[in-house]
Design a protein around this ligand. Sequence first.
Ligand SMILES: Cc1cc2nc3c(=O)[nH]c(=O)nc-3n(C[C@H](O)[C@H](O)[C@H](O)COP(=O)(O)OP(=O)(O)OC[C@H]3O[C@@H](n4cnc5c(N)ncnc54)[C@H](O)[C@@H]3O)c2cc1C
Length: 477
Amino acid sequence: MSQTPNGRANGATRDADVLIVGGGLSGALLAAQLLRLPGRRQVLVIEPRSELGRGEAYSAVELGHTLNGNAARMSVDPDNADDLTQWLSDYIAAGGWPESEQQPVPVSELFPPRGIFGLYVQQRLAEAQAIGALQGSTVEHVRAEVVDLQADAEGAWLSLDDGQQLRGAFAVLATGMFPAARTPQTESSGLNAAALDPWDVSAMSRLDPQATVLIIGSGLTMVDAVVSLEQAGHRGPIEVFSRHGLLPHVRRQPPAWVDFLAQDPGIRSPRQLLHELRRQCRQALADGVDWQAPLDTVRAHIGRLWSQATDVQRRQFVRHVRPWWESHHHRSPPLSAELVARLHGEGRLRIQAASFKGLEPSADGRLAIRIRRRGEAQTSWVAGDALINSSGIEYDWRRVARPLPQQLLARGLIKPGPLALGIRADAGGAVVDAEGQVASRLFAMGPPLRGMWWESTAVTDVASQAKALAARLVGVA
Ligand SMILES: Cc1cc2nc3c(=O)[nH]c(=O)nc-3n(C[C@H](O)[C@H](O)[C@H](O)COP(=O)(O)OP(=O)(O)OC[C@H]3O[C@@H](n4cnc5c(N)ncnc54)[C@H](O)[C@@H]3O)c2cc1C
């Protein structure tokens, strides 16, 4: 086909079976799954970055920026939980990551640097390419940004920022997470322009080592930023501000615990969940078992609980449970947590419960931010020498100032997800349009489905979605 749905003839259109928009972890894993399935197909992955399989998370170059789970928890093969452990054992045996020898634990318990995890993903993709090639299947990286997309019952058409047009039987939105800093709302506060990248060690090494660094947000990105500062030789005060002032807990390896949610499907509301979870944690502590054991059993049920919940219950969860879910569930890798705990103990890192209200003009070359401390009506200001924004992700696509989300909304091809988190889709990832119609040719996976499942971002979420979606696209599911 060489025409877009609006009838615009275009001689430069390239055809493929599946067009994957975004070549981070999601795009790479979906491509790998498609290549491994029987049949012959052409897959194009459109990704502006120079490498597939990395995205923001796995482009990390510092060894201290590690996964937040150990190798045993981070396999990209839903059928083999030991896949990463096996790959990593071979990688270390071949001389890779020699620093891992300083950690006297089995390979399955190592927390790999995210850059090395990116290599693992790329190697699994390369293996799938070799398998696919035997039946004539290919995957090609098209290095560009998709700026527009049209889709109907016949297929999908993409316009790229370099002027190319692509046509596919299916298109998949694997566009990942949009940092809050990219949104107009945050940009208008000036935060983006003034802030250092949390992962940019070389920029941090240009700071005065005694500089006072202000960090907005206290989640895992803050933990990475503290690792970066340490690596850069920073030895001055670090002031962290977040609404609730909660630090992520450290990830331990808790023993198995009874799957209490599977045993009691009557638990549905956030209130019931919290009540029972607290009871289970108290029980665990009374039995001398780590409280992380019962908590970790909840993970497998969170998608079901979220998708069954009413919007009122979801709002209750976001308002009352989310800060604690984030700090207790999204836990810190042990070495990074040790560093944060040490700096906190030395009084060099302070955490304050306060919301960021904007940047203040500053006359002396220093930075000043306006904050409102929790429980106080008045705002106040705090001065520092540098600022790091680790305040997270913009999940509301209406506020993402990128061409593709805006075009998809303008064309009515997508509809905001529950609570305006990401976009709406059916249980298998088929996108729902503004009229409520389920698309037959346009799909989404990973972080864009945040509103459908709440947790739709972690390695294991993305890996299982990639497998199921590939099967659906080739008609074997
Ligand atoms: C810093 C960081 C650390 C993390 N650590 C962990 C961890 O330890 N464990 C864990 O389980 N999860 C972790 N995550 C979650 C992680 O995001 C997911 O595991 C994974 O990155 C999601 O992959 P993705 O491909 O959907 O998104 P991304 O990795 O964000 O990739 C999306 C890609 O889409 C591209 N793109 C976007 N729009 C367009 C467009 N219009 N046209 C073309 N390309 C486009 C982007 O360039 C990007 O490369 C981390 C995330 C971050 C950001």
